[in-house]
Design a protein around this ligand. Sequence first.
Ligand SMILES: *[C@@H]1O[C@H](CO)[C@@H](O)[C@H](O)[C@H]1NC(C)=O
Ligand SMILES: *[C@@H]1O[C@H](CO)[C@@H](O)[C@H](O)[C@H]1NC(C)=O
Ligand SMILES: *[C@@H]1O[C@H](CO)[C@@H](O)[C@H](O)[C@H]1NC(C)=O
Length: 946
Amino acid sequence: MEKNSTLLLQGHIRRPMYQLWVLVSFSLFATLFIAFRTFANIPHLTTKHHPPYHASSILSRCKSLKLQAGPQEEFFKRSESDRFVPNTKPVLIKRAKIWTGRKNGTRVVHGDILLDKGLIKSIGHLRLGDVESYGDKLLVIDAKDAWVTPGIVDVHSHLGDAPSPGLDGAEDVDSLKGTIQPWLRSLDGLNSHDESYLLSVAGGVTTSLILPGSANAIGGQAFVVKLRQTSERSPSSMLLEPPYHINNSFPNPNLPLRWRHMKHACGENPSSVYKDTRMDTNWAFREAYKKASQIKERQDEYCARALAGKWQGLGEFPDELQWEALVDVVRGRVKVNAHCYEAVDLDNLVRLSNEFKFPIAAFHHASEAYLVPELIKQAYGKNPAIALFATAGRYKREAYRSSEFAPRVLAQHGLKVVMKSDHPLQNSRYLLYEAQQAHYYGFPENLAIASVTSNSAEVMGMGHRIGYIKEGWDADLVIWDSHPLALGATPSQVFIDGIPQLDSPHVVKKPASYQRSPRVPKFRHEADEAVRYEGLPPLIPRNSATKTAVFTNVKAIFKRRSGVVQQVFSAQDASTFGTVVVQNGTVVCSGVHSTCSESAAYEESDITTIDLEGGSIAPGLVSFGSPLGLQHIDQEPSTTDGDVFDPLSRPVPKILGGDTAIIRAADGLLYGSRDALLAYRVGVTKGITAPSHSGFYVGLGVSFSLGAVHKLEEGAISKEVTAVHTSVRHLSKSSVSTQIGALRRLLLGPSKGSVGNWFQRVKEGEIPLVIEAHSADIIATLIILKQEVEVETRKIMKMTITGGAEAHLLARELAEAGVGVILNPVRPFPYVWEDRRILPGPPLTKDSAIMKLILHGVTVGIGCEEIWQSRNLPFDVAWVAIEAGGRISKEEAIAIGSTNVEKLLGAEVEDESGDLVATQGGDLLETSSKVVAVISPVRQVVHIIE
Ligand SMILES: *[C@@H]1O[C@H](CO)[C@@H](O)[C@H](O)[C@H]1NC(C)=O
Ligand SMILES: *[C@@H]1O[C@H](CO)[C@@H](O)[C@H](O)[C@H]1NC(C)=O
Ligand SMILES: *[C@@H]1O[C@H](CO)[C@@H](O)[C@H](O)[C@H]1NC(C)=O
């Protein structure tokens, strides 16, 4: 705060003095300041009786204060883009289904697109004459009726400022020098070597708004970049319409006014960094805005006099470098992007915007916006847009009431919703996936595509050149291998400024149905409940009131059989749909209707009948990899089990047995968390969890029901101890070699205490050793260690790798060693050095990491990193299946999310007693479907999901 007050004082210093000020040391500041004030206050020294020699520039500056930002008329007459790269070949994309962005995202054109000079030159059915002049310079692409959309536009990214792989020296997101810093610029930290550029482009992302972080109330100015490589290789050359201010302290009033961007944040982040409260943050905002408003008023008064020719005593134009950007905010010439979650925070910013009369471009995260749409509309000026994640939520208190139904609810209230990545928090490569999920939960198709293209372009003030496929717009577009809202949609080519970005893209062949807009369930009741219960609708499913439940119109039945998933029934068409009769939670008859209608149970008078409308019954999925079951709210320690000891970094208390202690996850289980219940409601019925840890550790995993309310319930725990877990990572406090040394001693040294007993069982091959490891070097070392142990014991040891970002490099070796992998995350990203050698999958490589492991015969499963992600496991499994391009069956895909996970982690694969999931309108892997019931033989219930 001390620094802040000096910055505010500095506002009284005039420009020539400012330059001096930066040269003098801080301790001299006060003395100089007082001397200068005295000097500057002598009136006759600064009084001017005549127009000053630079009067004309002052006058044009004064006139420019009234200008609004945005393109001028001439812009729309351009015939070449300012980003055009000479010698770029003109491109003709033939036979495309073009989502143009026009008419609220409903206008689709079947035809051709011509790109030249970095621009979209024409759209529609082109005649030979239109392209003849290009001769053989023209690059012709036959889209074969594929979908083409504008490039994906991300309104919230830290790409380049938080480069990947993340290294301590490379973070340029959050300055901690004060909570109010409108003078900082994200451009100044933009690293041009972030590995995400190419990865995000491979997901169709062409433009991103690079925002400063949220550690500050005012974090600084944001910049729009296009993600393609430039020949200049410089950050500046990536900028899209940068404000002219970036080259000069004070703008040239003769240049057109371009949009500027500014980050604000309220709530927990700025408060926690400065150990402030929301009250402090809001005072800091008001103090800063007061300052900026005063400068603006001084400028306006000054200009009123200057424009009237009253130069007497006028002095210099009032301006201050540190505040000029915030002054522009109160002039309405800056897109303010405010990170605010809760109603209290949204309310604060809405009041602030009215007090100081500035518009807010978008509220980001805004997890409670859907609960207060009328409040959002009270913001000053145009309604702010709402920039959301689709399903990421509940990771902190602020996000606890977030809802997957927010986009549809906000849209119903007429508010603009955009989806954003917060890259690398979420990998922006999959920003379109956010729109797909929002669509699944009821966000209309036209708006879902617009939420990552035209509407996001509008929100960043760039709608005049990107976000649409219109003549004269920038030639940024994506050809997709399926309908863009179909899960797993992947670019087959991406153009930025008319330049194709993918060298030899690998394209997966998909079924024809994927070319159509995906059919999705209704979720009307659920969306209403989300609002009615202020984000906390009851999630505990209802027990079927009757002992007997009958599922009709069943298209397919999958079961666990001898540890694998098998399809035991499938109907060709509606006339042969089957029936499943369940009594006390156990399937007593399944198959053709005529057979089951004769089943004794069917005869009972009191039955619940559920029409699956062509849906299926399949094994429940199994979640692993996050602390699901040990946390309610990730970032609230009082709601979690907490971390176990890392015996390599601090002594384990004697009362536990010192370093011979081994902790059981089962002892810390917390039932009924919202994430567990949400997962349960989408068909993820079991969790396997290891103790939470943040370094090297050893602990025992547990498998448990995600639908149970407490531990004493029948079937609440499936298996008390599943496996011995540990982790070997470069991120731990001790060296990797130390961690391996500890493991070797545990496996081959003298065994002692509880930990000794459990490692004895590992050596005997009775229980798996599950090791979180990402680097190929660590994994290779672990394979060697396994061999050492096996030579000594002459027994096969069960070992499973989790994480496994670089495991694909050892696919053959892992298969030979009989070591399985739980890939977590399933779509890898080079977050840190030890997982930088990812196999990115289509369109960059033929195979995805998981596919490569499967092809080599490695047993694989899918993990989830954070507890909220478990509810997306069905999507993850379906995505693997579609991306395999027909190389794995539905049964194998379901196994990757269920029986494989159980096998690899030492949980029982319960052939007969495992939970089954009934889906309506499609099977578990189809986005047309919705889970309507969970059938649990162990708990002897049928849970109705409604
Ligand atoms: C845009 O589309 C949405 C959803 O389809 C609709 O609710 C809204 O009224 C449309 N807006 C306009 C201006 O047509
Ligand atoms: C900034 O200066 C550089 C170098 O003089 C120039 O190439 C660039 O166009 C300028 N940018 C703006 C936005 O004025
Ligand atoms: C269902 O449970 C009841 C008691 O809870 C028992 O009487 C009945 O036999 C059971 N039926 C089956 C098919 O297991």
